[in-house]
Design a protein around this ligand. Structure first.
Ligand code: SAH
Length: 480
């Protein structure tokens, strides 16, 4: 136990999901912002809880050998790149450890044990900068009266302006400046969160990894965008899709449901491994095209298809993984909750001449059980790629009942991956291989892909689960 105000000298041994350093003050875990693994620091306790506390950095006594100067001038206030002060090698080690720790602590998987899954080295980037192909820039009026667009300062809603973002796409800043110039010229007001007044909330820019073309979508607090043609003319030819999205709700959701195309096409086109993808503004699409290709390659390797299989791709977005696997499967089914993304998926199958892919709109945890109850058809391979909260337990049970020989689990959150792998293990699926992928260099986030194989003769329905969800939530709330 430490008391507020106390000063400690400590070694930073780990980092939280948010990128704060963690050290032990006489055995008491202290979270200290602006420190990295390997730093020896002096810190003062600013908040003391029963089992852990928060400390303020007073002095770096000895800098970690992995510490490096952040390349971006606004790295600290922006907070989007929590790991810029860590060398890229150390970032990769940190991410591998994060996945291993989650598997051990939450998944109960002993990676050193005799039947341990194979832990493949993290798939890294040669150049871990300028990889993001999508950003949503908030627009606000500054206290000095000027219009600013950039990023939210870490954990706040005040906007800091920035030049071209070092993990984003060169050229975005020019587009942002064009929009601000147009707003000034035509007296178009930025949104004000306090009053709920003003029009322009966000500027979403997406860049095609294969063609360099750009999509611009203004998210507005109104039904109509005035002087839209004037802005279209100013945006020029690299912007091949210009639209606006109507979001008049006062909440933190960025995209509205209704989209109106002003000029160009209602979608952006990208290609991965020869397959063309059309992406509408509201559809999910992986933000790092180069690493996505590597992730999908690994998914194809893990799926190990011969051409005779029935494959389900759950949480399929615009059908990227489905279409990637369709060539080597008999039939692929995709399930996705966003109708516009499913429209894209169907269109994408058509423009690529793929006829053995079918898509369903709805929640995976509802569509799959209903389909299985109706048809009783088993699956050969199931791929899942859920959002951060992972899969619903009912979905995991249905998956096991459909008795695929392989499950390929793509995850953006090691904690829920570990939880779900544990559940699947209890349902008769053995984790064979796990591979982290660095989709988000400079940030604390890590993608992983796991291969699970069905153990023979498992009668999944009779298995009772022994995952203690209280344990999972406790570990999560401890912040590591
Ligand atoms: N596999 C795709 C998308 C993965 S992101 C790709 O690689 O591009 C996760 C997707 O799951 C998003 O498109 C999101 O809209 C969708 N989603 C979220 N909750 C869902 C649910 N309960 N059922 C089905 N899809 C869901």
């Amino acid at each position: 136990m430490a008391i507020k105000g106390q000063i400690f000298e400590l070694l930073i041994e780990d980092m939280t999901d948010e990128g704060a350093g963690i050290g032990k003050a006489d055995g008491y875990p202290l979270f200290v912002k602006d420190t990295v693994v390997g730093d020896r620091v002096r810190a003062q306790v600013i908040k003391d809880k029963k089992t852990y506390g928060y400390g303020r950095l007073l002095e770096i006594i000895e800098a970690s050998p992995d510490r490096t100067a952040a390349a971006c001038p606004v790295a600290a206030p922006c907070g989007g790149c929590q790991l810029q002060a860590l060398s890229y090698d150390a970032q990769l080690r940190f991410k591998e450890k994060k996945v291993r720790d989650a598997l051990r602590r939450i998944g109960g998987i002993d990676l050193g044990g005799s039947d341990a899954p194979e832990f493949l080295p993290i798939i890294s980037m040669e150049n871990p900068w300028h990889y993001r192909c999508k950003a949503e820039y908030p627009v606000r009026r500054n206290s000095d009266g000027s219009i600013v667009t950039g990023f939210y300062a870490g954990r706040t809603h005040s906007v800091i302006g920035c030049g071209d973002c070092l993990i984003g796409q060169p050229g975005d800043r020019d587009i942002l400046d064009t929009v601000i110039g147009w707003m000034n010229e035509f007296d178009v007001e930025p949104y004000d969160e306090e009053t709920g007044l003003g029009l322009v909330r966000h500027i979403m820019i997406r860049t095609s990894g294969s063609t360099g073309e750009k999509m611009v979508c203004l998210i507005i607090n109104g039904k109509r965008l005035p002087f839209a043609d004037e802005l279209a003319a100013r945006l020029g030819e690299t912007v091949t899709s210009f639209s606006y999205s109507i979001n008049t709700r006062r909440n933190n959701v960025i995209m509205g449901r209704e989209i109106k195309t002003v000029s160009g096409r209602p979608y952006l086109e990208d290609a991965i491994d020869g397959i063309k993808y059309r992406i509408s503004p509201q559809s999910f699409y992986q933000v790092n095209p180069q690493q996505t290709a590597r992730l999908y390659d690994r998914a194809r390797e893990f799926a190990n298809l011969t051409g005779s299989e029935t494959v389900w791709d759950l949480y399929c977005g615009i059908g990227t993984i489905s279409l990637f696997l369709a060539k080597s499967a008999k039939q692929v089914y995709g399930v996705e909750i966003i109708p516009a993304a499913v429209d894209n998926a169907r269109e994408n199958a058509a423009i690529n001449g793929i006829e053995n892919a079918e898509f369903f709109v709805g929640k995976a945890e509802e569509v799959l059980p209903q389909h299985f109850a109706k048809t009783g058809e088993r699956a050969d391979v199931i791929v899942v790629d859920p959002p951060r909260k992972g899969c619903d337990e009912t979905l995991l049970r249905t998956m096991a009942e459909m008795s695929p020989s392989r499950i390929v689990y793509v995850s953006c959150n090691p904690a829920t991956l570990a939880r779900d792998v544990k559940i699947l293990k209890d349902l008769g699926y053995r984790p064979e291989k796990i591979c982290p992928v660095d989709m988000f260099p400079q940030t604390v986030h890590v993608e992983s892909i796991a291969l699970l194989q069905r153990l023979s003769n498992t009668r999944s329905k009779e298995v009772t689960l022994d995952v203690d969800m209280k344990d999972y939530h406790r570990i999560k709330s401890e912040g590591r």
